[in-house]
Write a protein that binds this ligand. Structure first.
Ligand code: GYE
Length: 375
């Protein structure tokens, strides 16, 4: 039964991955569009992929060294997520000698715990978890430990257990601090003395949301900014649009900054502001900021619709593979591995910012930069 749940979810995730690509998606792509794919398509995709995978796995199996990995992915809520899934599927491919058991947990923590227990039952060699929420992990991680299966945490953090080998991801609080420091410098450069801010948060309980909120709020408090409201858009375009529609009604004419905790929420917020007749971006009345920096968001930044984007790099799988290779070689991998991140802006009026005592460059987005981007 558990296996069945796993394979149905795998199908849904594969279709979602095929339908929504970070690089190719437009602001109108949503995860629900991807989910609307017909059952026939899903079954066909599953069969085709299963055949390919089986053939490739057989090849690797002939070499006798296939490594089985269970990956409990958050879901398919954003362009960032699609890129993260793609990164893992590329690295842990059958061609590279892996049998990847991929579960799209559709942003449901109960499904994610079940997925991990399913991997234990299957006796996979390694488990990768991108934790939907940061708490509630100790029991299941103890079960992994008892089964002798090393766990690697990717992207979001686990805060109530240390029963995993390594974590590979981003510094979310630093991203929030960077957004705050940039906003301060940008407002000064533009001669804007009063900031009235609306925040569209990510999914509640996710460490990405917690860290970005903490970092940005630290600067807001230090500077005495007015945060009018802060509500979750669940890291989706639809969520961003719904929250922004209600903000436009409740706070008409009262705000001049919108901080979206991911790109897709910013796309939804843009649609809502356009519909409400609110102008945003470089030539608008509202300063718009997002996090992630997938290609579509940088297109909007280049066009001047989004003023600044604070990158979160989804290409962590190669580093996870290094952890697995170290473990396989009997070595102790690093406990924490940080992916590299940049900060992007439409205009060149804030060349650098100071974050955590370090100077960070604000890179002005160009078409060449977007063309060279891997996600
Ligand atoms: O910012 C958002 C995604 O956990 C860092 O989750 C990740 C976040 C990312 O849905 O787009």
């Amino acid at each position: 039964m558990k296996r069945k749940v796993v394979s149905v979810l795998v199908c849904a995730a594969m279709v979602a991955t095929m339908a929504v690509g970070c690089g190719s998606s437009s602001s109108t792509d949503t995860s629900s569009d991807a989910a609307a794919t017909t059952e026939e398509d899903t079954a066909a995709a599953d069969d085709a992929a299963a055949t390919d995978d089986a053939a490739a796995t057989d090849d690797a199996a002939a070499d006798g060294d296939v490594i089985t990995i269970g990956f409990a992915q958050v879901g398919h809520e954003s362009d960032w997520r699609t890129a993260s899934t793609q990164s893992c599927q590329d690295v842990f491919s059958a061609e590279n000698g892996y049998d990847l058991q991929f579960v799209d947990c559709d942003n449901d923590s109960a499904v994610q715990l079940e997925a991990v227990r399913g991997f234990i039952e299957q006796q996979v060699d390694y488990i990768i978890i991108d934790p939907i929420v940061s708490t509630g992990w100790d029991t299941v991680l103890t079960e992994c430990e008892d089964a002798g299966i090393p766990v690697i945490v990717i992207d979001r953090t686990i805060d109530d257990s240390d029963k995993y080998v390594s974590w590979v991801g981003s510094e979310f609080k630093t991203e929030g601090l960077a957004a705050g420091e940039w906003l301060k410098a940008y407002a000064e450069a533009k001669g804007i003395s009063e900031l009235n801010i609306l925040v569209i948060e990510g999914s509640t309980g996710a460490s990405a949301t917690i860290g970005r909120t903490e970092g940005f709020n630290e600067i807001a408090e230090r500077e005495g900014w007015n945060i009018i409201d802060s509500q979750t858009g669940d890291f989706t375009q639809e969520g961003g649009q719904t929250v922004m529609e209600s903000y436009c009604k409740s706070y008409e004419g009262q705000f001049n900054v919108v901080i979206c905790q991911n790109d897709n929420e910013a796309f939804g917020a843009m649609d809502a502001m356009t519909a409400a007749g609110v102008s945003y971006g470089v030539d608008g009345d509202v300063i718009l900021v997002s996090f992630d920096g997938c290609r579509t968001a940088l297109d909007y930044c280049l066009a001047g619709d989004i003023n600044a984007v604070f990158e979160c790099n989804p290409m962590a799988a190669p580093m996870v593979e290094e952890v697995i290779q170290a473990l396989a070689a009997g070595e102790t991998p690093e406990a924490e591995i940080f992916v590299e991140e940049s900060c992007f802006a439409s205009e060149d009026n804030v060349p650098t910012i100071e974050v955590n005592g370090e100077t960070k460059e604000m890179t002005v987005v160009t078409q060449e930069l977007i063309d060279a981007r891997p996600f």
